[in-house]
Design a protein around this ligand. Structure first.
Ligand SMILES: [Zn+2]
Length: 245
């Protein structure tokens, strides 16, 4: 039988929490993206050589990315960040544009496609987390080169992904959402582009799981539907971490 961990199992050792570059009292705000990355001391603007617009990351995670990108370039692989830190407001816009049909999903408007609110939320959650629950709030998680699965089927995309699988862990980055299979039967779809800087993200993740309450699911259209979904077990816990477990 599968061992189902309790929320209280996710208490991080005190010394690991020291790695986190902001005050413990800020944890909840960072986890939920309730801050401005451009105004936060622990965040740095990503050099335009590494991204395609203004973006921010936690400094330690960014330095690790720069080292990784330089190593990749020596192997003729170019890594570009296409999405980094997104705050609550930004994620709310992404979510609500899908929820209301402003952004089409697979060419269709979701309110017409899914009358049932829970079904509509589940469709969005194939790739997009509700505001307050994306790891992109944390400054540790980035999307690399493209967020289209098709790109990773191209010759270039395959080479990039193979390189990342081989090399990213030695820079601290791991793929959070590998293919759904018996090891990861539910949660967000496979994202070959989403990589997480584990030395900090793991601690934030533990804190997120430990302190999660359903009433945090609020402040955006469709939140009542999301409350009916077991987001903790099906989406927050069903990730792959560097080194497993
Ligand atoms: Zn992502």
């Amino acid at each position: 039988m599968l061992h189902v961990p309790a929320q209280s199992d996710y208490l991080p050792p005190e010394n690991e929490i020291e790695l986190i570059p902001f005050d413990k009292s800020e944890f909840k705000d960072i986890l939920q993206g309730r801050f401005s990355p451009s105004e936060h001391m622990a965040f740095v603007c990503i050099d335009t050589a590494h991204c395609n617009r203004d973006m921010y990351m936690l400094e330690e995670a960014y330095q690790a990315f720069v080292s990784m990108a330089e190593a990749a370039l020596r192997d003729s692989i170019r890594l570009t960040i296409v999405s980094a830190t997104r705050n609550f407001e930004y994620q709310r816009m992404l979510w609500e544009d899908k929820w209301t049909g402003k952004t089409k999903v697979e060419g269709r408007k979701l309110p017409e496609w899914f009358r049932d609110a829970v079904d509509r939320a589940l469709k969005i959650m194939e790739y997009t987390a509700p505001p307050g629950f994306t790891r992109h709030h944390w400054g540790t998680d980035i999307d690399i080169n493209s967020v289209e699965p098709e790109y990773f089927e191209s010759e270039e995309g395959k080479r990039v992904y193979e390189w990342l699988k081989m090399n990213a862990p030695s820079f601290g980055f791991c793929q959070t959402y590998p293919a759904l299979d018996e090891n990861r039967p539910e949660g967000f779809n496979e994202e070959k582009w989403h990589w997480s800087y584990a030395p900090i993200a793991d601690e934030l993740w533990r804190e997120q799981v430990r302190t999660f309450t359903e009433k945090e699911i609020s402040g955006f259209k469709g939140h009542h539907a999301v409350r009916k979904i077991d987001i903790l077990n099906k989406y927050l816990l069903s990730i792959q971490r560097c080194g497993g477990d």
